[in-house]
Design a protein around this ligand. Structure first.
Ligand code: ADP
Ligand code: MG
Length: 243
């Protein structure tokens, strides 16, 4: 479904992605793990057409998408789920969800069906639908961010650290939801610092360290990998990949 080859990215003269090559097959959950500052968000921004990158190639469903505008990528089915703080806090839950479907220009009846589908995944959002998003808890905001992405009818979603800052029980619920979205047919490229949970739900994973892919394998391989254990899973997690 997605095939990246030799992706570079820069902030000014600083190179933050170096020849990143990865692929995601239809139906997979692939996770991208790495410490803070590794370049995970920048990579998602490149894929979704928000951050420029002119090297390499990025094929989505057989189309070279280099140079495509973000709107076109969303219309083709690639939807990034930014970190939860990025919901529109003054707008209501309902308005946030409707924005997710904006590019589809749906009629009222279809829009209502889509909302029902999202409320099926996230019943709490129905209860809160008229509240400003700013009044939601962290977990609810993350659900809203995921729900808003679903309103675009994505083929692939790319959640960016959906578990960040959430209590363990809420984290478990978010991962359960991600699994069920996947079971119902959405392909997932998941960015996480919470390597343990991410690897558990993933078919495959990549480790990104200072802009480079340094390791890849099945979720299970990486859970059992000594370097991954030391860098991400151990008690003395240092938030930094060790060379
Ligand atoms: N707006 C920006 N301006 C300059 N440098 C940035 C900016 N955003 C991120 N960076 C730098 O790019 C690198 C990758 O950042 P990012 O993709 O956000 O990493 P991650 O999501 O893995 O934490 C980091 O070194 C970060 O400091
Ligand atoms: Mg990030």
């Amino acid at each position: 479904m997605l095939k990246l080859k030799n992706i570079d990215a820069f902030f000014g003269k600083i190179q933050v992605l170096r020849r990143v090559t990865l692929h995601v097959e239809a139906g997979e959950i692939v996770s991208l793990i790495g410490a803070n500052g590794a370049g995970k968000t920048t990579l998602l921004n490149v894929i979704s057409g928000v951050h420029p990158s002119w090297e390499g190639s990025r094929i989505f469903n057989d189309d070279e998408t280099k140079g495509w505008r973000a709107e076109r990528l969303v219309a083709q089915g690639i939807v990034q789920v930014p970190e939860a703080e990025k919901v529109f806090t003054p707008l209501s839950v309902l308005e946030n969800l409707e924005l997710g479907a904006y590019l589809r220009r749906l009629g009222r009846a279809v829009l209502q069906e889509e909302l029902e589908r999202v409320f099926g995944f996230f019943p709490i959002l129905r209860e809160r639908k008229n509240q400003p998003a700013g009044t939601l808890s962290g977990g609810e905001r993350q659900m809203l961010a995921l729900g808003k992405a679903l309103m675009a009818r994505p083929k692939m979603i790319m959640p960016d650290e959906p578990s960040l800052g959430l209590a363990p029980t809420i984290v478990a619920e978010i991962f359960r939801i991600i699994l069920s979205l996947n079971k119902q047919g959405t392909t997932i490229l998941l960015v996480e610092q919470n390597a343990k949970e991410a690897l558990r739900v993933s078919t495959r994973a990549y480790v990104l360290d200072t802009g480079r892919i340094v390791l890849t394998g099945t979720g299970e391989d990486l859970l059992n990998n000594e370097e991954v254990k030391r860098a991400f899973l151990g008690k003395d997690y240092r938030g930094k990949w060790e060379r």
